[in-house]
Ligand binder design. Sequence first.
Ligand code: ATP
Length: 236
Amino acid sequence: MSALLNVQGLKSGYGVVEVLRGVDLQVMPGELVALLGSNGAGKTTLNLTLSGLVAARAGQVGFDGQDITGLHSRQVVQHGLIQVPEGRKVFPNLSVHENLELGAFTRGRERKQQNLDKVYETFPRLKERVAQLAGTLSGGEQQMLAIGRGLMAEPRLLILDEPSLGLSPLLVEELFGLISQLRSSGLAILLVEQNVGQSLDIADRAYVMENGQIRFSGTPAELLASDTLRQAYLGM
Ligand code: ATP
């Protein structure tokens, strides 16, 4: 099987600051891959570069066999590489329904309705709150809305950037259950997280990033079996 996402030697940064210093990473179809690493490792920069929001300076991003390096973010979305950004970024003064509709701006009207039905089925809590302003939702509900909005765009790969940030332990549990459920439905997911234990519980494979490079890749069991990795990179 060939990789759905195939990142080779990717470099990028901001002005004179080089952040990604040659990243290699793959996500296979249907796979849930955890991307771990401490603050400032470059995880968010990697996401922004994959999405075409920060320019790649070297290397390649392959998606489903096509070279998507340097495409405009809108074209990246059309390919089905969808990002749910860190910090949720829902539109606080729009309703739940309106926020979801915006996620489908590149899709047709009929598909929009189908996708909406599917999202409400996955997140019954959002269905109970269709008319509520997003800014008045709880943190966990806002996170679900952000993921729901991502699903509206018909992802083939969903990138979740720190979805558990700021959520209570109970909500984190619920969220990881939902992420597992999405993976079981066949969706490929790249999960960027600081919540190492729970991410490794649900991931098929993991990468550990440090200083703009991948330091380790393997199965959660391999990662947890190494004292060095656990202590140096995972704070465990
Ligand atoms: P975190 O978990 O804290 O978000 P991260 O692994 O996602 O960390 P990045 O946000 O990608 O890391 O940051 C990597 C490096 O790039 C950091 O040193 C950061 O200061 C720098 N950086 C991020 N955004 C910018 C920017 N817009 N301009 C300049 N430097 C930036």
